[in-house]
Design a protein around this ligand. Structure first.
Ligand code: PEP
Ligand code: MN
Length: 337
């Protein structure tokens, strides 16, 4: 349930509603927009049946939120959310480019990549230190040493950094170094991990699960926000379908659907969605047209030598060319890049 206040509702009216909700043992979440304040009720709303909130001073209307996700719901927060990640901002006015290697492999590989993607126009450096690999025998990541290298890359380039976390232990280490935690597709419904990421207060990039519906994805975001961490950015990275020509099937419709259902920013990862380098550029352009707030692109100094995801990684030259090609698309979409 949400209570939409009248544009002229004063503090006393707002505080009265919040107190009424809290006195019933429920949680009130305030969302102050430019014009109106919206108060979201979390908990058993039947306890408010006799509260007559519709006729309380300053109340415009009371709206039932039928979806199970509330705080990530656009009904609760009509304006687009803006999420700060280090010194960059993800939101409706920008096209945020997160780029870097699939896995951090060594100092030279990471520093060269950081410098190259920064030069081409990226805002955020990505790189995995804890790799959720399909096979336990594949390269598993450099763990905390990898995080230290990311920190060093940030200091040298000024890029913000995002790293995937796969466990409570990884979160504890990562919060010391990163600007944003990434929850990967395989962990999208690891609810304990989502709660820990929420408690950390660090911005979270939440990738869509391999076979997750949009409803399940927004409920996963809800787990993070319910811990008091509003800084969530969604990432569409392809879903599993019957099609085998690409690694996954990029669900382009997810962008406008998310935009209608939620206020959270959404970026698109055409690298993991396709698994094929040649398909990254056309889908990156398409993503901008659908309204995506940014892109995540894998880049490697030598894709054929990469310890993971080489076939989908762009070379430095290809990434620079892509960024140049994306500029007119960003312009058309009214986004700064
Ligand atoms: C990644 O970004 O490195 C990754 C493993 O992606 P996903 O979780 O989307 O598979
Ligand atoms: Mn990868």
């Amino acid at each position: 349930m949400i209570i939409i206040m009248k544009p002229n509702a004063d503090e006393t009216a707002i505080n009265h509603i919040v107190a009424t909700i809290e006195n019933k043992g429920l949680i009130a979440h305030l969302s102050k927009g430019a014009e109106v304040t919206i108060i979201g009720v979390i908990g058993d709303k039947t306890k408010l049946l006799d509260a007559n909130l519709e006729i309380a001073p300053g109340v415009d209307r009371v709206v039932a939120v039928t979806e199970s996700y509330k705080l990530s719901n656009r009904k609760f927060h009509p304006d687009n959310s803006i999420v700060s990640v280090g010194n960059t901002v993800v939101g409706p006015n920008n096209l945020t480019i997160m780029a870097g290697p699939c896995a951090i492999e060594n100092e030279e590989q990471l520093m060269q990549t950081a410098i190259a993607v920064k030069k081409a126009g990226a805002n955020v450096l990505r790189g995995g230190a804890y790799k959720p690999r399909t096979s336990p025998y594949s390269f598993q990541g450099l763990e905390e040493y990898g995080l230290k290298l990311m920190d060093q890359a940030r200091k040298e380039t000024g890029l913000s950094i995002v790293c995937e976390v796969t466990s409570h232990r990884a979160i504890e280490a990562a919060v010391k170094y990163v600007d944003m935690l990434q929850i990967g597709a395989r962990n999208m419904q690891n609810f304990e991990l989502l709660k820990e990421a929420g408690k950390s207060g660090v911005p979270v990039l939440l990738k869509r699960g391999i076979a997750a519906t949009i409803d399940e994805w927004l409920n996963a975001a809800e787990y993070i926000i319910a811990e008091g961490n509003n800084n969530v950015v969604l990432c569409e990275r392809g879903i599993r379908t019957y099609e085998t020509a690409t690694r996954n099937t990029l669900d382009m419709s997810a962008v406008p659907v998310i935009k209608s259902k939620s206020h959270l920013p959404i970026i698109v990862d055409p690298s993991h969605a396709t698994g094929v380098r040649d398909y990254v550029a056309p889908l990156a352009k398409g993503a901008i047209a659908t309204g995506a707030d940014g892109l995540m692109i894998e880049v490697h100094p030598c894709p054929e030598c990469a310890l993971s995801d080489g076939p989908q990684s762009l070379t430095f030259e290809q990434f620079e060319q892509l960024c140049n090609e994306l500029k007119p698309y960003a312009n058309l979409a009214g986004r700064i890049f």
